[in-house]
Design a protein around this ligand. Sequence first.
Ligand SMILES: Cc1ncc(COP(=O)(O)O)c(C=O)c1O
Length: 389
Amino acid sequence: MTRLLHPDVPARPGGVPVTTPVYQTSTYELPRTAEAAQIAEAVAPVGYYTRYGSPNAAEAEAILADLDGAERALLVGSGMAAVSAALLSNVRAGTRVVAQTDHYTAALTLLRDVLPSFGVEVTLVAQESLQDAVDDTTDLVYAETPSNPAMVLTDLAAVRAAAPRALFVVDNTFASPYNTRPLDLGVDLVVQSATKYLNGHSDVTAGVLTGRAELIDRAWDTARVLGPTCHPFEAWLLARGLRTFPLRMARHNANGQAVAEALAAHPAVTAVHYPGLPGHPQHELARRQMAGFGGMLSFTVASAEAATAVLRGTRLARNAVSLGGTETLITHPVSLLFTHGDTATGIDPALLRLSVGLEEPEDIIADLVAALSAAASPGRRGPASPDGR
Ligand SMILES: Cc1ncc(COP(=O)(O)O)c(C=O)c1O
């Protein structure tokens, strides 16, 4: 048994691996000197214990900090872990938080239900007028831009100017750092679901915070205690996904614009919400704040029934939550609400959300046009195959 547990390991290869191996270990052998205590006391040590950090997480963090122009990044196990660590490391009873009425549903639950139960004073206001609702008595502002699924923008520079004293935290998941760099606009701490565009392949759940070293170190201490680790293999996959990030984002931007324009020209579509369309009410702000407009959009059709018929009618676009992967996804947000106690108000029942993927744009448009035609005259498109495609 002892020999099984301590085999004679063949010599490690002399060459240096071109890609970083997956450090699939939960713990590391420590030096038997005072250096061990220094490693144990360090912030995010890479060779101590995987809940504290790992070489794979450190590699992804270096790339993510660079993308955002941040001093430091912290990788955690999901986007919600990033949101939670960012907020919980900066609030206590009595902290005055101002946030939007429109946020990703679980973030809204955290703001509206969880934080107030600990005595945090949270005020939720209409997103477009966030800058009018904050002032120098605000301790923390939390924004998400563009928001999900309405694609409304928050004017980050205006909010920064209106709340000079507040810690400004922004969820940049929809825009991604390719299209918006919030730290350059005065934001203090950026959170993102790396599950989406950053990884880009719908095969990883992860989250990231970026910002000044002091804020990231504090968030690391909160995450160390709460324990939402990003495991080495997930971090490794994320670092791999990040290698093609700008190439994917350029294509998401081009495809998003092409699909938005095609939908806007379709007679069965009553509205398209995409910041890249000149008709978007905040198009000028989008041009100032975003380098490109991304692959996320939402659109409405005549009725809730028509929306569910379109959802049933697509073949290429698959009915699945999440976003930012290589494949086009479609959802009907109203039918997915009221789960897990998460609610969002004011979502049009005739609205569909699209995460435009990397397919040929003509194929995505043809799929949507066929589904819109089938919804207008039921029976024109044959039944979906058993896997829904
Ligand atoms: C804008 C936004 N923020 C945060 C999250 C949470 O990310 P995760 O699912 O990785 O926890 C999501 C998930 O869809 C999101 O859309």
